[in-house]
Design a protein around this ligand. Structure first.
Ligand SMILES: C[S@@+](CC[C@H](N)C(=O)[O-])C[C@H]1O[C@@H](n2cnc3c(N)ncnc32)[C@H](O)[C@@H]1O
Length: 265
């Protein structure tokens, strides 16, 4: 959640600001859209009427964010095609038997790909998603697609304790995560990924390029390179803001994972 303004002065602050808890009472919400690729634009505005504060806060409406997938040709729809293609490519090797998706949303990048192949239908897959409505959708979709090996957890993927019993896995998805956390959290998460993977395990990740001069996905690529991964694929369409990377673990974990990997901003 972001604190956007106070008494007519517009400014920004990181989520979890000190007043957030006190302002919960009396908040009202209105949704704004449409969603963007890595987060942010699909926001709910929360106003603190009756709290003694004149404030404006915003939190991303993740259910609404997913609606952009339904717009043909949208950046998110195009990104989905790339993520699914990368996952298909990994599954084509016939090696993977287990999968973990962090911040899995409604699971649309993983579930149809697993369902499309006999080996995929046998896979053990754990999807971790905080939003109960999205995790509920993923659970319903997994059941409808006949995927008994899929478990959807409504839990905090930023805490390795949420999936400690499910790792190590052969494939890990971190899609829609790195654009929503600080650089420090991104680096901490990438550095911890080897401890969640089997030797040679593969990570599929996404990041928006950002709106400035540089391409923010380069920081993520550098973190994977420094963290014992070899890049298998990287797709960066010139006419879209999304980037999708795929990397294979080549070195064992250097250190145990910390208790917390990331917190969404
Ligand atoms: C940008 S969306 C990406 C969803 C999905 N991975 C995709 O690419 O379609 C980010 C998702 O992370 C979820 N999320 C945010 N913080 C989380 C946390 N700490 N643990 C698990 N899920 C979280 C949100 O509810 C949202 O569904």
């Amino acid at each position: 959640m972001r604190f956007l303004g106070s008494a007519g002065r517009i400014w920004r602050a990181r989520a979890g600001c000190a007043v957030r808890g006190r302002l919960r009472t009396g908040l009202s919400a209105a949704s704004l859209g449409p969603g963007g690729v890595e987060g942010r634009p699909a926001v709910r505005l929360l106003t603190g009427r009756g709290t003694g504060f004149n404030v404006l806060m915003a939190e991303t409406d993740w259910v609404r964010w997913h609606e952009d997938y339904e717009t043909p040709g949208s950046s998110l729809a195009r990104r989905l095609v790339v993520v699914q293609r990368f996952l298909d490519r990994v599954l084509d090797t016939g090696e993977p038997r287990s999968l973990l998706a962090l911040c899995a949303g409604d699971g649309r990048d993983v579930l149809p790909v697993l369902a499309a192949r006999p080996a995929g239908r046998q896979m053990r897959a754990v999807l971790v998603e905080f939003d109960p409505s999205l995790s509920g959708r993923a659970r319903t979709a997994a059941a409808a697609l006949g995927l008994p090996g899929v478990e959807v957890r409504t839990a905090d993927a930023g805490r390795p304790a949420s999936f400690a019993d499910a790792v190590p896995v052969d494939v890990l998805l971190a899609c829609g995560v790195f654009g929503n956390v600080s650089d420090g959290d991104m680096r901490r998460t990438v550095a911890a990924l080897p401890s969640f993977l089997t030797p040679g395990g593969v990570v599929i990740w996404t990041r928006g390029r950002g709106t400035g001069d540089g391409d923010l996905s380069e920081k993520v690529r550098a973190s994977f390179a420094a963290g014992g991964f070899a890049e298998l694929a990287f797709e960066a369409p010139a006419d879209a803001g999304f980037r999708v990377g795929m990397a294979r673990l080549t070195e064992p974990a250097a250190a145990p994972a910390p208790d917390r990997l990331f917190t969404f901003r």
